[in-house]
Design a protein around this ligand. Structure first.
Ligand code: SF4
Length: 297
């Protein structure tokens, strides 16, 4: 008997905390594809899955995972889909998986802009309870240099709409992104921005430059200078030290030489102490040797 297959195109990526979610492709690739540091979804053009394809996949999921409680929509930024399309998908989820408790997906900051708070609330009502956002930093010169396509003011404006609509969000902080000498500024500004918001998780990834990225070429051409590893630890320390909100820190991704997890403000002192120890004890060369062994995200 031939087993039914779900549609998946190119690279499929989900956050580690979505490991037990049922994956469902609604888009492939990224609508933006211009961030200089990005090596993800390489060679995959953006594509929106036709609703008929989504419905076929849901029929398979209903047959094999009828009790799926959480669904994660795949693609770099499915939240780029229009409100109407997302509502259609949410209604299909409800039709095929009536026991589903929630669904989530990746979004760019700019994907939130065309949606009103009322529309976000309607999506929340249909069980969209969280989205993951590759914010990277709130340091405008770095956002511009890396072609992120938005500024710190957009982060505050758009994520505040999610707060108002009751949709949880997790953000990625890309430690070291601005390059040598920018760590403290990036950390301080980002903490100030996040202190105006309510991210559930701040997911820290330390920049690792891969050959598929535009930044790799800039590095080779001597246009971009990587932030030293010790400076990155100081950057992370500065960001965490300046955060005054309640949030969860996940800095245990393979790209972080010092794995850290904790809840702020409860674990702040212990995390700072751990970072201080590492900053004092670990030589740059040792940390750099770790970085050179990171093969992929
Ligand atoms: S970082 Fe995200 S938004 Fe930027 S090009 Fe990569 S997948 Fe697209």
């Amino acid at each position: 008997m031939e087993l039914p297959q779900l549609h998946f195109t190119g690279q499929v990526w989900r956050p580690p905390y979505e490991a037990s979610s049922q994956l469902l492709q609604v888009t492939s690739g990224c609508t933006w594809h211009r961030c200089k540091f990005c090596s993800l979804y390489h060679g995959t053009s953006f594509r929106m899955s036709p609703l008929s394809e989504v419905e076929k996949d849901l029929q398979v999921i209903r047959a094999w995972q009828p009790r799926a409680r959480r669904v994660y929509l795949t693609g770099a930024n499915p939240f780029a889909l229009s409100y109407d399309k997302l509502m259609d998908i949410a209604l299909l989820l409800r039709k095929y998986l009536p026991g589903m408790v929630s669904f989530g997906m990746f979004a760019r900051v700019t994907d939130i802009a065309p949606k009103s708070v009322e529309q976000l609330k309607a999506l929340r009502h249909l069980k969209l309870d969280s989205i993951n956002i590759g914010m990277e930093t709130a340091h405008d010169p770095t956002l511009e240099r890396m072609n992120k396509g938005y500024h710190a003011s957009d982060i505050v404006e758009q994520l505040s709409k999610l707060d108002e609509a009751g949709i949880r969000y997790n953000v990625v902080y890309l430690n070291g992104l601005g390059g040598k000498g920018t760590g403290t500024a990036s950390a301080t500004i980002t903490a100030n921005v996040l202190n105006q918001l309510h991210p559930c998780i701040v997911n820290v990834v330390s920049l690792t430059i891969f050959p598929e990225s535009q930044l790799y070429q800039e590095l080779k051409d001597g246009i971009y200078e990587e932030e030293p590893e010790v400076e990155r630890l100081i950057e992370l320390r500065t960001m965490l030290n300046n955060l005054t909100i309640k949030t969860n820190i996940l800095a245990h991704h393979v790209s972080n030489p010092i794995p850290i997890t904790g809840a702020l403000p409860h674990d702040k002192a212990a995390i700072i102490q751990r970072l201080d120890k590492a900053i004092a004890a670990l030589p740059e060369e040792e940390l750099k040797a770790y970085r050179n062994k990171v093969e992929h995200l």
